[in-house]
Design a protein around this ligand. Structure first.
Ligand code: ADP
Ligand code: MG
Length: 147
């Protein structure tokens, strides 16, 4: 699987990456967003959701407390998970995981909490702090190779 890194010097760069990803994502895709607290996972998910919805001002709260938020967009349903508070992988089924996998796109913060339930076929985006900005490292399907 190809891996490449992309500097995101500011939030505008994250928004551009989100827009490019949104145009390539298809139903059943899983995007695993990795990186510590404050790495920029929610910011990137928000950018993807706004682009998919075609609504630059769409309100996208962090699902820290609800664990999941669902969006119906012209590009299909998008499920935004934040699994930081997941106690065990199987708990994800209570959040609608199977329904999301039928025909939705899953954007998953703290996807590593899924352990063995984490789908093998996925796009993994690791975010880390680099100076005042962020560094995104993408690994997955070649469809995303040129984002
Ligand atoms: P996480 O979901 O990983 O905890 P957030 O998306 O909530 O992180 O972002 C944490 C902070 O990082 C926010 O204040 C956000 O504005 C900032 N941030 C996100 N992406 C970037 C970027 N590319 N450059 C600079 N700051 C960013
Ligand atoms: Mg977050």
């Amino acid at each position: 699987m190809p891996t490449f890194s992309l500097p995101l010097p500011d939030e505008a760069a994250t928004e551009r990456l989100g827009a490019r990803l949104a145009s390539r994502l298809r139903p059943r895709d899983v995007v695993a967003l990795e990186g510590g607290l404050g790495a920029g996972k929610t910011t990137l998910a928000r950018a993807i959701l706004r682009a998919a919805a075609g609504e630059p001002a769409l309100i996208v709260p962090s699902p820290t407390f609800t664990l999941v938020e669902v969006y119906e967009t012209p590009r299909g349903s998008f499920w935004h998970f934040d699994l930081y508070r997941l106690e065990e992988p199987e708990q994800v089924f209570e959040l609608g995981w199977e329904e999301a996998r039928i025909d939705g796109v899953a954007l998953v913060e703290w996807a590593e909490r899924l352990g063995p339930l984490l789908p093998r076929e996925r796009l993994t985006i690791n975010l880390s702090v680099e100076g005042d900005g962020r560094l995104a490292t993408l690994e997955g399907d070649s469809r995303f190779g040129e984002v």
